[in-house]
Design a protein around this ligand. Structure first.
Ligand SMILES: Cc1cc2nc3c(=O)[nH]c(=O)nc-3n(C[C@H](O)[C@H](O)[C@H](O)COP(=O)(O)OP(=O)(O)OC[C@H]3O[C@@H](n4cnc5c(N)ncnc54)[C@H](O)[C@@H]3O)c2cc1C
Length: 433
């Protein structure tokens, strides 16, 4: 096993940084198990560091599975399921699964997250009938704080499945997961501009009539970008594919140059939006659902009851328009309900509203102005994105919250997997050991 006395570790957006005592990179499960059984200090599992919350922060040992060999560990072609290395990235897994004519049913905006990291925070894409990735997990293997293997499947501890699907690294180190998949498929993506008011009015219909649908409200613009994905067998096509990163650079420049002259900024944005041509792209599902994101931002996303989600978004839009510094598009998606104890989608489908603040800009505004609105409308926060909730509020939002914390204490009685952030979530006292 390689383990290094670690330099400073930073997450993707660099809003979280810390110096763990060591970073453990086991090459085998035996190495990981003997590290856990032969030590007693604090441990936090980490994936690809794409969470904005300090979930991984520790002064003890950070455990990364990046050196574990393998991606697809076994395949069940009849059930369209595969057991996957939980440390592998969704991108690596998508390409490997395609070799077996299998694919994830859905993906989020990016696919560089590890499978373990993505399921642990209920990472989602969009689609009224498509649940988040965690809901497609049918079995897992975890190494507990004592280094013992905890198997959860339909033969072993089946009642724990809804607990381990979304567990924030609190129950142990997830080493493999069996995922419900489907045969490989192609999608047709269409990106088009519609007036904002029409977009809001038509959103429900679009969620009903498209496999995947999301839209982006452009701050200080009367138009929104709509994106649909539908299954197709058409030949590959790339017609007018846009460059999101170049567009973001332009939006930032416009914000900086024109933030004191709002009407001019709006007029320019409206002109540009009106002229944007419809983009039509056909290709493999995983190539079209996920994007590469290089412009750094910080983000808050809440998952709202379907009945109030668009109302909450309308309120968010009016608040965004009072902050001339904001230039990143606000994203609106929908995800089907599931049964995991800590899934924000537990119980029924939800509409997600995500507000982004560009690199270097102060994001305290998200907590002061945006979060109260999202909370008032019954939102549950994305575990990996900025939020200020602690046990008292979370217990109100999650019917199985206490069930999870009891299980957590049972599986990790000495609190090895705690850090200050998760201690706040689980209402535990935290002291360094
Ligand atoms: C640019 C960008 C785009 C994003 N787009 C989306 C999106 O479209 N949809 C969405 O829902 N989210 C999105 N996210 C958020 C992201 O998907 C989640 O924060 C996800 O958890 C990150 O995965 P990761 O592998 O980086 O995990 P990390 O951030 O490293 O860890 C996340 C959690 O998983 C736990 N964990 C990691 N590995 C293990 C393991 N082996 N065993 C047990 N626990 C483990 C950690 O302890 C931590 O609690 C985005 C984030 C960024 C930066």
């Amino acid at each position: 096993m390689t383990h290094t006395a670690a330099p400073v570790w930073k997450n993707w957006s660099q809003n979280v940084s810390f110096s763990p005592e060591t970073i453990q990179r086991p090459a085998t499960l035996e190495e990981l198990s003997s590290f856990l059984s032969g030590s007693s200090g604090r441990v936090r599992p980490v994936g690809n560091g794409h969470s904005f919350t300090p979930l991984a922060k520790t002064s003890g040992s950070l455990v990364s599975l990046e050196a574990l060999e393998g991606d697809v560990l076994s395949v069940d072609q009849e059930r369209h399921e595969a057991t996957l290395n939980a440390g592998a990235s969704l991108n690596q897994l998508s390409k490997a699964l395609d070799q077996h004519n299998l694919a994830f049913k859905n993906l989020g905006d990016i696919d560089v997250q590890s499978l373990a990291g993505a399921t642990s925070t209920a990472t989602h894409g969009t689609g009224a009938t498509l649940p988040c990735l965690s809901a497609e997990i049918t079995a897992v293997s975890l190494l507990t704080a004592a280094g013992e293997l905890l198997r959860v499947d339909d033969q072993h501890n089946p009642d724990l499945l809804p607990a381990v699907q979304v567990a924030l690294g609190a129950l142990g180190v997830l080493v493999d997961a069996t995922v419900r998949l489907r045969p490989s498929y192609k999608l047709r993506r269409e990106t088009f501009v519609r007036p904002l008011a029409d977009t809001l009015a038509e959103a429900e219909d679009r969620w009903k009539s498209h496999r995947n649908y999301e839209f982006f409200y452009l701050p200080f613009c009367d138009f929104a970008f709509n994106i649909t994905h539908d299954e197709t067998t058409e030949p590959d096509q790339r017609d007018g594919a846009s460059d999101d990163e170049a567009a973001l650079r332009d939006l930032r420049r416009l914000r900086t140059g024109l933030k004191r002259v709002g009407p001019v900024r709006r007029a320019i944005l409206n002109q540009v939006a009106k002229r944007a041509a419809t983009e039509r792209v056909v290709g493999k599902s995983f190539a079209l659902l996920a994007n590469e994101r290089t412009s750094i931002f910080n983000e808050m996303e809440y998952h709202l009851p379907a009945a109030t989600g668009l109302e909450a978004l309308a309120e968010v839009i009016s608040l965004v328009e009072s902050n001339p510094d904001v230039y990143f598009p606000v994203e609106c998606r929908r995800t089907a309900g599931d049964t995991a104890w800590l899934s924000p989608f537990q119980g029924a489908d939800r509409i997600s509203v995500a507000v982004h603040i560009g690199e270097g800009d102060n994001y305290q505004w998200l907590f002061d102005v945006i979060e109260p609105v999202l909370r008032r409308h019954g939102g549950r926060p994305h575990w990996g994105k900025l939020h200020s909730l602690a046990a008292m509020e979370l217990r109100e939002l999650y019917p199985d919250f206490d069930r999870f914390t009891e299980l957590r204490r049972e599986v990790d009685p000495t609190g090895r997997f705690l850090n200050p952030h998760t201690a706040m979530l689980w209402e535990e006292k935290f002291r360094e050991c």
